[in-house]
Design a protein around this ligand. Sequence first.
Ligand code: ARG
Length: 429
Amino acid sequence: MSTTERTPHTRTASYLAEPGEVSKVLLLYSGGLDTSVMLKWIQDEYAAEVVALTINLGQPGEDYDVVQGKALQLGAVAAEVVDAREEFATEYVLPAIHANAIYGLGYPLFTALGRPLIAKLAVRYAREHGCDTIAHGCTGKGNDQVRIEGTVATLAPELKVIAPVRGWQMGREEEIAYARANGIPIKGGAEQTPYSIDDNLWGRSSEGKWIEDLSHAPDDDVFQLVTRPEEAPDAPQVVTVGFEAGVPVSLDGERLGLVDLLERAAELGIRHGVGIVDHIEDRIVGLKVRDIYEVPAATILLTAHAELERLVCTIHQNQFKGELDRKWAYLVYAGLWWEPLRSDLDAYMDKVAEQVTGTIGLKLYKGSCRVVTRESPNAVYDAALATFETSGGLFSQQASPGFIELWSLQSRMAHRLRERAEAAGPGGA
Ligand code: ARG
């Protein structure tokens, strides 16, 4: 009996592969349980060859040789490992810094930024290896399926997609049983259920276990990256971040390439307990979810960038850009990296970034990250004008009352009209 007869179903999207169409699969392979089970399962279920692709976006502590060896051991015909940190930093994280990108008050989008790049590389390697299908390990409840499949459908209409986790109905226990039966090594032991982790050089998320219980305060063991603030050093540390035309170029005066700078900033934040976020989030697919985020580098760099940008822009630019920033973050969160509006917004942000040169000092102390100094040749600021004591030059205090009278004119007139209507009572003229 063919697989088609065993599992009859209609295609819900044109890009989904029917079993007969799958002969060589590019699998986005992390080395974890889901994608390791998939590597075997695809070979059995589709009688297809599998090429594994693992992408380094700066996940701390990952041993890529081990991941590659595991893929080959599980029957992959090829196992590619790509170091995409540089591209991730310059083409994805830097635009996010320019957009001060935070979704829903606390999430700096590290996963959302990584997925379009991962899927773009999957397309490139699928074509290179002559694959007809891309496979990923996303579930049917999350955002990542939207980001990955949206990217593949946009960049490679000829490629099909399979998402086995969405359909195979194996829970964690069944996956572990499948792994045992098929000689798939299980990392960390099957007994203790780990959190579901996703990370890269811009941050780390944990989901699952007690995190799904909204009334449960974080257990200490979830913080595997950032030092818990109560255990951070008693002495604060001031770090200065230098920017040139919107690009962070130095820490404490030392010039660094972007990847190194992001990793260094992360280390500083990690030491001082900076960047812990306990976040309720509105997913694309309708659900609310709670994530625990550890985002030390993002907290430091977004705080510094936003401060410097506010200093070099006018009130009108600042008000306008905040709206664009929010739109940018939502498009990226929602899996629409390739939407033309996103690059249109980037064009404006690039223009603003030309002015964003200077240095911001931040004090890191037991979980807090607070701006303490600012300096920029482009600051729209004049200490002589700002001082309370003197008047003169471009600012005449004597002119202020005239300004106030005109500034408040419409509001005063409207207020009086409303007062009259209220005094007349309902139905009154
Ligand atoms: N909620 C975040 C997002 O949607 C993080 C998701 C983490 N991804 C994961 N597969 N665990 O971007």
